[in-house]
Design a protein around this ligand. Sequence first.
Ligand SMILES: [Zn+2]
Length: 522
Amino acid sequence: MVIDIFDSTLRDGAQAEGISFLVTDKLKIAKALDELGVSYIEAGNPGSNQKDLEFFKEAKNYKFKHSKLVAFGSTRRCNIKAEDDNNLNALLEASTEYVCIFGKSSLFHVENIINTTKEENLSMIKDSILYLRKNNKKVFYDAEHFFDGYKNNREYALETLKTAAEAGAECLILCDTNGGTFPLEMAKIIEDVKKNVNAKIGIHAHNDSGMAISCSIIAVESGVTQVQGTFLGYGERCGNANLSAIIANIELKLKYKCLPDGNLSKLTATSREIAEISNFKVARTLPYVGEAAFAHKAGMHVDGVYKNPKSFEHVDPTLVGNERRFLISEVAGKSTVIAKIKKLYPEIKKDDPALNQIVNTIKGLEYSGYQFEGADASFELIVHKAFGNFKPFFEVENFKTIGEGPSETDKYSASAIIKVRVEGEEEITAANGDGPVDALNKALRKAIGRFYPIINGVFLSDYKVRILDGKESATAAITRVIIESTDGFYTWSTVGVSKDIIEASFKALIDSIEYKLYKENK
Ligand SMILES: [Zn+2]
């Protein structure tokens, strides 16, 4: 059986707090979704949003391989003719083969929110679908507040569906608009709908009770053939049903098809790309596509996974394009470190003396306050250095920072001077910054950037400071700094430890730049 995936990241997802898509962002996301191969991309509401109308005009220049674009709108307003409704006419202007309109299925909403009669609401549904079909559109009908409406007045809710089916909607999508329905209750209602309405059924779930994925999956098990949702669950309030998990669940667990053959392995990359364009990070613990989804830490688990991945993994991470990770920590022990080294150097023999050397180096550094669990890039550098595969790209001769206080909002509060040497050539640069660490970061990049311009495209995306008190007094405590850097596509993390926060930050900064240069030049 084939399940149609209907992505609404560009429409319902755009309602999320913190999201504001430009037309170019929307085009990029639509292309990524098409590459992945979802069936439908709901791209906006041309009737209510000028930007969305512009998107549909732009999108005409692009040939989609797998996905059909869908324009979104609503049934006609009360007491006017369908052909006089601006919103419906804007849908025609979007020039898509498919349109999706929502209408009221809940008598409570009909009588109390849009203040009309139950008969007029049924006419609104019927007239709108007929008008769109007369203009050669294929119509999906979103039954808004369907589950709440069903509980409020079952007969009327079913009546709205029958009306839409008779008017010729391609699929009736049952919406849990407020996100409060539980899976078993949903399954019973869908069963009743199937008995009484002769049409294809879809599901549109929101996550207000944390059930959106469960509800979508049980709906598929109950016989719906279209699942609406958004990537990474973006959406208003607690978000929509998260398609990145739903797609993997449908293909790997329910064994139904929803993507073209071979495309499931693009799932992680697509998720990260959409997050990046949306200016969000993929939550680490997100099922299937999160960075921690296949990350093992406890020593026994690592040992087990190393012997046979099935011991602590529900699916093979490569099926969804993700990867297995071993986290370094005191809990993990030697087997984790060795498993991580083997990922970088698969051909290494068990008795290679370099292995013990690296394990001892890591243990020594951990003892002095380092932690590599959140600093994969620093760990990798240690390994490459131990194998003699790392040649320094630059040397820092010295640096100096000068801070001034109190800091004022319109002035830089610090400056830094740094002297570096690259292949015998010396460079001295200075920079101002908001605080000494920022000034030092800028001065270092300016100095190195002259020799390696690629560094100019690297940015710090996160900066975490942790004071490790130990047994010493607070002022002599050790500072651990973890820096996350990005070049827009990849992110990597590095660590530095010192009694001095500036020096700790500096060590992490150096690792970040060395890591990028190593990756680019190896
Ligand atoms: Zn919605």
